[in-house]
Design a protein around this ligand. Structure first.
Ligand SMILES: Cc1ncc(COP(=O)(O)O)c(C=O)c1O
Length: 399
């Protein structure tokens, strides 16, 4: 960041540096206007196709923004009881849950909280079928299917790698139907999730596969959930193709189509503001920040990827190159090498881009490093501190 600049520009939003200097660091600053921009794109798809889009809370659970998102989306998708409760309490509307395996002692509460329950296998469905059918409210049950087709190259993010635990393959479905021709009775929907940050072209090929394997069974269902991994709100996403595919599935099988993206809701909506704590040398310039990849943006190490920094370029492109790193003990806690047009100064602020999703839901206090403050930059251009953390939060999750 240039010290003499008086605003930073992120996704077309100008934020006065003066305001950024007043907030604590590190902070996730989620920009309300950008979140609403994404939500409006998704609600446009819903309006034009009749599909229902849910927020996958595993990606983004900043519930202070749920009242805004609930104006546009149909509800939330949960990975377990806690997310289902959060969705029910803070978002309202529809609550859908999917877990590879449910806990027996949580099922009663899940049944009171969730409108759709997706089971991962016939084993799970058979375990809970009686309980579900005895419940005093309408709960629609579905089965996760595994089409054994995906275009995700990294196994860590590929639900269809060989021997994957996710969903029922066609072979398993047919074995079960041979044993019991009524095996699908009581199930109202299919769910699949096989994509990761991908476009409508990939969805088209996935759907071809799903239809050719499971089409005949899909005709018996009331709904189908296309899962997440759709980069719908990215500028180059092919919305007309997505809409054509949704309408095709809706009309061919007479089903309600659901989607449950997470990233598409949070993508390009927020920054992580951090301060340079120190600058040192060991063969190159190293800047130590008050944020950490391991603690505050774990996907940087898991995926891995190198997040963009406002005003910085790749190493060597601008005159001053630095390795951006953290104050933890993990040697590999390095965010990446970046170049700047001026030397970095102690106390200077840096802004990591695209930090709303899969950050605050995954962060941790390794080394006793504090969690970033959560801030909403409101449509009225105010920095609204939603939650700050301290020693008590650190201590409370230990014993
Ligand atoms: C079942 C399911 N639904 C939805 C999502 C959300 O995916 P994304 O954030 O990539 O859209 C995931 C992500 O892993 C998932 O496993």
């Amino acid at each position: 960041m240039d010290n003499v600049q008086d605003t930073i520009s992120y996704e077309g939003v100008q934020i006065p540096v003066e305001q950024l200097r007043e907030i604590p660091t590190p902070s996730y600053v989620v920009i309300e206007e950008l979140l609403e921009r994404n939500a409006k794109i998704l609600s446009g798809v819903m309006e034009r196709t009749g599909c229902k889009i849910l927020l996958a809370q595993k990606a983004f659970s900043m519930f202070a923004t749920y009242p805004l998102l609930a104006q546009y989306l149909s509800g939330t998708a949960a990975s377990g009881l806690f997310e289902a409760k959060l969705g029910r309490e803070e978002f309202g509307k529809e609550v859908h849950i999917y877990s590879p395996a449910y806990r027996e002692e949580e099922m009663d509460e899940i049944l009171q909280t969730s409108d759709h329950i997706v089971f991962n296998s016939f084993e799970q469905w058979i375990t809970y079928k009686k309980k579900v059918q005895a419940v005093d409210r309408k709960v629609s049950c579905g089965l996760r299917i595994n089409p054994e087709y995906s275009e995700v190259e990294v196994d860590l993010y590929n639900p269809c790698f060989p021997n994957s635990r996710f969903g029922v393959t066609l072979q398993r479905l047919e074995e079960e139907l041979q044993k019991d021709p009524k095996a699908l009775e009581g199930l109202e929907g299919f769910h699949f999730h096989v994509m990761c940050e991908q476009g409508a072209g990939v969805l088209e090929r996935v759907l071809n596969r799903v239809e050719s394997l499971f089409g005949v069974y899909l005709k018996q269902m009331k709904w189908v959930n296309f899962g997440g991994g759709h980069h719908i709100t990215k500028p180059d996403y092919d919305l007309p193709l997505l809409e054509k595919l949704i309408v095709h599935v809706r009309d061919t099988y007479d089903v309600q189509v659901y989607m449950e993206p997470g990233e598409a809701i949070g993508v390009d909506t927020g920054i992580l503001v951090t301060k340079v704590l120190d600058v040192m040398k060991n063969g190159m310039e190293i800047a130590l920040l008050d944020t950490s990849a391991a603690c505050h943006m774990p996907d940087v190490l898991e995926m891995p990827y190198r997040p963009a920094v406002i005003g910085a370029k790749v190493a060597g492109e601008l005159p001053y190159t630095y390795r951006l790193s953290s104050a933890t003990c993990l040697s590999g806690d390095v965010i990446g090498d970046y170049s700047f047009d001026k030397p970095l100064q102690k106390g200077e602020l840096l802004f990591f881009e695209d930090m709303s999703h899969y950050t605050m839901v995954k962060n941790n206090t390794f080394n006793g490093i504090n969690l970033p403050t959560i801030i909403l930059y409101t449509k009225e251009q105010k920095m609204k501190v939603i939650r700050s953390f301290g020693y008590t939060d650190f201590k409370n999750r230990l014993s």
